[in-house]
Design a protein around this ligand. Structure first.
Ligand code: NAD
Length: 352
């Protein structure tokens, strides 16, 4: 068994997969702040499109769906965090099920690499999309408990891949002794994430639409669905603390990492209106992808086991997110047009 937790060794190699993305970039920022000095960052996107990139980190462009690239990424690693996935908001995952399921290659090849190269600890980013659809039919959701993932009826495509990969982690732990940890994220939001291009999620999309309306001098906003569907949203800083706490914990089974502050999409728009100081005309697009009717996180387990609870209220986190998106839009920045195949083909080889 290679299960030693070696947290005082600040020079152990930590590999972050999906490092050019929203959560991966924020995780590296925090690890650096904590003093870790041997970090490898891996993503398939060209580095110009990484949300955060640090010069003192070993940055690699690799497509981790390929086994050889996973082995290159994991050379010398002690810990691996797998945050790489082809994903986005409802608009992306409902219309790209095959692409979402292909992320299974990333997690599978990374786990094989961990086994063969002796990597001690592995973190997998799962999702609330593993939860059974029949538990999410009402807007008034009491909060999903970990056991609500079974009998299985996850989100088609994306959710099935997450559920399968969770189980791969379990079996690699049981059969090969890799210390795997799995968190089920519920909607993460904050600065340095996707806000346009088709992969963005509701908090960023609503901020962008409100800013665009304000800049154009109009008052219109399109809302997907009837706006009564409910969700909870976790600010990025809370998410990062939770990831690191879970990685260091003895919690072997998948655990919720999310907020239990449930709001409707209409209430989320109310929050953005008050931040933007604008009153919008809402047009409801009822045939748009909208996902389950009601979803929130039951945090009983993570509170009991780790004392973790979200620190940042939705209205405070949304203000920071709004300001960052406003800044990006005002300066004409956008990193997240949907990746096309030519681009991902080009990044299959190692290219600094
Ligand atoms: P993101 O899209 O910002 O980051 C994912 C990164 O993975 C991207 O930079 C992408 O280029 C990279 N990637 C995709 N395929 C790759 C491949 N084959 N090889 C190498 N890199 C690849 O997404 P995020 O919000 O940072 O999400 C991180 C993880 O958390 C994902 O597994 C996601 O499914 C999970 N998750 C996120 C949320 C959320 O609300 N953001 C909710 C639930 C689960």
């Amino acid at each position: 068994m290679k299960n030693n937790i070696d947290n005082n060794n600040f020079s152990k190699k930590i590999v972050i997969c999906g490092a050019g993305g929203f959560i991966g970039g924020a995780l590296i920022a925090e690890l650096r702040c904590r003093g870790y000095n041997n970090i490898r960052a891996v993503d398939r996107k060209p580095m110009t499109r990484w949300y955060q990139k640090f010069e003192d980190v070993d940055n690699l462009v690799l497509d981790l769906q390929y086994r050889d690239n996973c082995y290159k990424a994991l050379q010398g690693a002690h810990d691996c965090y797998n945050l790489a996935a082809d994903m986005g908001g409802m608009g992306f995952i409902e219309l790209n099920k095959a692409l979402c399921m292909l992320s299974v290659l990333i997690n599978t090849h990374l786990l094989e690499g961990c086994r063969d190269l002796g990597v001690s600890r592995f973190f997998y980013a799962s999702s609330a999309c593993v939860y059974a659809g029949y538990k999410q039919l009402e807007t008034d959701n009491p909060g999903l408990k970990e056991e609500d993932a079974y009998p299985a009826d996850p989100e088609d495509g994306y959710g099935w891949e997450k559920l399968f990969s969770e189980r791969m982690c379990r079996h690699f732990r049981e059969d090969f002794g890799i210390r795997t940890r799995v968190a089920r994220f519920h909607n993460v939001y904050g600065p340095n994430g996707t806000f346009d291009g088709g992969r963005e999620k509701a908090p960023a999309a609503i901020c962008r639409k409100a800013i665009a309306a304000k800049q154009a001098g109009t008052r219109d906003i399109e809302i997907w669905g009837d706006g009564m569907q409910t969700r909870s949203f976790m600010y990025i800083d809370d998410c990062i603390k939770g990831i690191l706490d879970i990685m260091d914990s003895e919690i072997e089974e998948p655990i919720n990492l999310g907020s239990d502050e449930m709001v409707s999409i209409n209430q989320l728009v109310d929050i953005v209106e008050s931040i933007a100081e604008i009153k919008l005309e809402r047009a409801y697009k009822l045939d748009a992808p909208k996902g389950v009717r009601g979803r929130s996180s039951d945090n009983t387990k993570i509170q009991q086991e780790l004392g973790w609870a979200p620190n940042i209220r939705l209205k405070d986190g949304m203000r920071k997110t709004y300001e960052w998106i406003l800044d990006q839009m005002s300066s004409g920045h956008s990193k997240d047009a949907i990746v096309n195949f030519e681009e991902s083909d080009a990044s299959r080889v190692l290219a600094h």
